[in-house]
Design a protein around this ligand. Structure first.
Ligand code: IPM
Ligand code: MN
Length: 349
């Protein structure tokens, strides 16, 4: 029995999570045994009680087998409070050091890239998820005065760098596609931190002679994601760069409506979520595409070892997208969130 914590959180989170759970329920023929425990976390609770993420909830989440999260961010809460207090607290607190973000263009989905199709866009970004500029190191001096100073430091540890690079090498092997790993950095400017990344990559790379190893600067990487996405198989990068390039990645795979992610601690509690935000202005309107959240549920099933159920979800998503019945996957598609979920659930086989 898998114990799955469900955190719908803010904005459109609850709506897309409901569709993900609907599609999970439709895999019952695979006899996956799971129990859902829902938590009332997010902007509403914060506004009501002042609590962001109580220790008692963290403790209970630590007893679960996986966390399924909707989206974080509330229009009446200043930016940062919920992002740091919920999302980053979970990622850091459970040491989910891998942020796995597949960039896959499904047949039937439109990409803004001219002359590129599903055979060209199929790679995975492995984003470091616990260090870099997200570590919160630094401070402000004389804030709000003309003399103010702000310092925000990127943190890179040998341990943190090595484990994410090793994970990416293993993934390149497991995928068995081009057997290629590209490390994305800015070693030509960030000569301290990203030198550590380069040296670690070269060193760990010696253990993987079967994997082709490449370096790319992050600016050039943005160019190639657009110009030659077919060059990529597995990409490993730092936390901030991974955040940025996966929004670009989401666009080339058909939009935020389809981009899913896993925050993974291979030895601990992992968390699965769509990469889109809470989109407060669409809350309750039943217009958000739930495919990303449904794909995140599929990634969660796979992580829990339910490979057949995961494949069934992926298959249903692929068939729904290929049918053209989901429209352009935007909020203006004319397809309701619940209808999209119904369709995908009905296509599980
Ligand atoms: C993401 C989001 C988060 C991040 C925000 C909400 C803190 O943009 O998951 O990509 O920057 O990691
Ligand atoms: Mn982001």
């Amino acid at each position: 029995m898998h114990k799955i914590a469900v955190l719908p959180c803010d904005g459109v989170g609850p709506e897309v999570v409901a569709e993900g759970l609907k599609v999970m329920a439709a895999t019952e023929l695979y006899d996956v045994k799971y129990e859902l425990v829902e938590y009332d976390i997010g902007g509403e609770r914060y506004l009501r009680t002042g609590e962001v993420m109580p220790d008692s909830v963290m403790e209970e989440l630590g007893q679960c087998d996986a966390i399924y999260l909707g989206a974080v961010g509330h229009d009446e809460v200043p930016p940062g409070i919920l992002e740091q207090g919920i999302l980053l607290k979970l990622r850091f607190g459970f040491d989910q050091y891998v942020n796995l973000r597949p960039i896959k263009l499904y047949p039937g989905v439109a990409t803004p890239l001219k002359d590129k199709g599903p055979e060209d866009i199929d790679f995975v970004v492995v984003r470091e998820n616990t260090e870099g500029f997200y570590a919160g190191m630094g401070g402000q001096l004389k804030a709000g005065t003309p003399d103010e100073v702000a310092i925000q430091t990127g943190v890179y540890t040998r341990k943190g760098t090595e484990r994410i690079i090793r994970y990416a090498f293993e993934l390149a092997r497991k995928r068995g596609k081009a057997r290629q790993l590209t490390m994305v950095d800015k070693a030509n400017v960030l000569t301290h931190g990203h030198d550590l990344w380069r040296r670690t990559f070269a060193e760990v790379g010696q253990e993987y002679p079967d994997i082709k190893q490449e370096n790319a600067f992050v600016d050039a990487c943005c160019m190639w994601f657009v110009k030659n996405p077919e060059w990529f198989d597995v990409v490993v990068t730092t936390n901030m760069f991974g955040d940025i390039i996966t929004d670009l990645g989401a666009m080339i795979q058909g939009g935020m409506g389809v981009a899913a992610s896993g925050n993974i601690n291979p030895e601990g509690v992992s968390m699965f979520e769509p990469i889109h935000g809470s989109a407060p202005k669409y809350r309750g309107k039943n217009v958000i595409c739930p495919v990303a959240a449904i794909c995140a549920a599929g990634m969660m099933m796979e992580h829990l070892g339910e490979v057949a159920a995961a494949a069934a979800i992926e298959g249903a998503v692929a068939r729904a997208l290929a049918s053209g019945k989901l429209g352009d996957l935007s909020t203006r598609s004319g397809v309701k969130t619940t209808e999209a979920g119904d369709l995908i659930a009905s296509l599980v086989e």
